[in-house]
Write a protein that binds this ligand. Structure first.
Ligand code: ZN
Length: 133
């Protein structure tokens, strides 16, 4: 048990160490919805590797994290429209997460289905999208 806890704490510390560089990249805005003035936290896009990987991390607001992380809290709808733009993001993990969230609600949301229909994903990105969710 103690070992598991130590590993967990070491992992959390390693992940939190990314915070500064992520903050510089994110310019104080959520890297998914782009809202500023929110409390931002490091979010690891699943599947989460054994050791935290900077390139798999995004700095997100608590709203985005909560709904993304917890499918039962996820509320489909127009407030996710920003995903249609983010699905074209140059930031690979922002793109991957956006496509996953669009797919999660495409059945009930016309705008999400349309956003996906107009989207081109290369094989590599498609593979990343399919890794989880
Ligand atoms: Zn957000």
């Amino acid at each position: 048990m103690a070992k598991g806890r130590e590993e967990y704490e070491a992992r959390t510390a390693a992940r939190n160490a990314f915070g500064k560089d992520l903050a510089r990249r994110a310019k104080s805005k959520c890297e998914l919805c782009e809202r500023g003035g929110e409390k931002l936290s490091v979010y690891e896009v699943p599947p989460v590797p054994r050791d935290p990987d900077f390139d798999r991390c995004l700095l997100l607001c608590s709203d985005c994290i909560e709904q993304t992380e917890n499918p039962r809290r996820f509320e489909p709808g127009e407030h996710w429209r920003f995903l249609a733009n983010q699905a074209w993001s140059d930031l690979p993990m922002a793109q991957v997460l956006s496509v996953r969230l669009l797919r999660r609600q495409a059945a009930g949301q016309d705008w999400a289905r349309e956003a996906l229909e107009g989207l081109y994903l290369d094989e590599e990105t498609e593979a990343l999208v399919a890794e989880a969710d």
